[in-house]
Design a protein around this ligand. Structure first.
Ligand SMILES: Cc1ncc(COP(=O)(O)O)c(C=O)c1O
Length: 353
């Protein structure tokens, strides 16, 4: 089937010609158009690209009360030849529909998610910043729309894609507290999905960590708080005695990150041994005491590779010399070189617009 051309209602008051592209704080500014599709009577319809604007929801809207809502985060870049590229949107498309299934929501077809995204970004090309570390952040999401109070799946949904120019997400190296009481995800729960509630539930423990002078928490397993899982809204990687170790995703409590997957592939190609396995706090502290714990960093679409300067478990503090980092900066550079077209995209990770 050839891809339908999605109708466009142009924005008659675009911000772009006069917009200051130096003002690109993450998540604050959005482009002139968005994609919208409605799900009704068992099918997706009314797919349209139209001016970015608020819209009305009924106060009884199912999303507002019971959290039937999912999202994705993807980035587009201008490469060194001035071409617009999107990083691995096929992976986000797959994960989106995995989240949809877990939240009892309808799957979104590829032509709306991927082709719709391409057509929207093609229209908004001028919004992709042309600066190192800057990008156009792509936020596809789906919300339940039934005006109904009652815990059951909605019959109607909206799928939307909004875009926002963004600079680097976390710039300074982070201080991280290992969480020993609160939980992000449990086996059998929704940790592997990108549903809104996972994020709402993380705010309180993070606020408590911030009161103690930390930026984020390192989540541990729900049962014993013994094994590390994720750092804030990122997957986490440890370098211990020259080996890279990242928590296993097999229990469904860790999000299957696209950056995590890309990092594992690249690190192996760069010659590092990478292990995906359960990693305990005790093992980390033991490695630190022996002087073998070399680096810890977060990986995710928003921050790409995020350095960590301090990791604490209660009173036990582990500090890292940012000047001595090897693996994290090399990985960051490699990912960046692929996105910018400085090296060959041999895995076909880039979707050219
Ligand atoms: C909880 C959580 N973990 C990990 C990640 C990293 O995933 P990805 O690399 O696909 O962005 C994200 C999203 O960015 C996330 O929300």
């Amino acid at each position: 089937m050839s891809t339908p051309i999605i109708p466009v209602i142009p924005n008659t008051h675009p911000k772009l010609p006069t917009y200051n592209m130096d003002e690109i704080a993450f998540g604050k500014n959005f482009t002139d158009h968005m994609l919208v599709a409605d799900y009704e009577n068992g099918e997706w319809k009314n797919v349209v690209i139209k001016p970015y604007a608020p819209f009305e929801v009924d106060p009884s809207c199912a999303t507002l009360h019971y959290g039937q809502t999912i999202f994705e985060g993807i980035k587009a870049f201008t490469n060194k030849n001035g071409e617009a590229v999107i990083f691995r949107p096929d992976q986000n498309f797959k994960r989106f529909n995995i989240s949809a299934e877990r939240m009892q929501m309808p799957a979104v077809p590829e032509w709306i998610f991927i082709e719709g995204m391409k057509q929207l970004i093609n229209l908004e090309k001028g919004w992709i910043p042309n600066k190192p570390d800057a990008s156009l952040y792509i936020r596809p999401f789906m919300i339940a729309m039934d005006p109904f109070l009652g815990v059951r799946p909605s019959n109607t949904y909206k799928f939307m894609i909004i875009l926002g120019p963004s600079g680097a997400y976390f710039s300074a190296p982070m201080k991280i507290l290992i969480e020993q009481h609160y939980t992000r995800a449990t086996p059998g729960g929704v940790g592997f999905a990108k549903n809104g509630g996972n994020y709402g539930g993380s705010l309180y423990p993070v606020a408590l960590a911030q009161e103690k002078g930390y930026d984020q928490v390192l989540w541990t397993d729900a049962i014993e708080h013994k094994y590390v899982e994720e750092v804030g809204m990122m997957n986490v990687m440890f370098v211990i005695d020259g080996k890279v170790i990242t928590p296993s995703i097999e229990k469904g409590t860790v999000l299957k990150g696209v950056t995590r997957n890309s990092a594992i592939t690249l690190l192996r190609e760069m010659g590092y041994e990478v292990e995906e396995r359960f990693l305990s706090v005790a093992e980390i502290i033991d490695a630190h005491k022996k002087g073998l714990f070399q680096e810890v960093f977060g990986v995710g679409t928003a921050a790409v590779v995020s350095y960590i300067s301090r990791l604490a478990h209660g009173e036990y503090i582990m500090d890292f010399d940012m000047e001595a980092l090897k693996v994290a900066p090399a990985l960051k550079k490699h990912l960046n070189d692929i996105r910018m077209g400085n090296i060959v995209d041999k895995h076909n990770w880039l979707l050219h617009i």
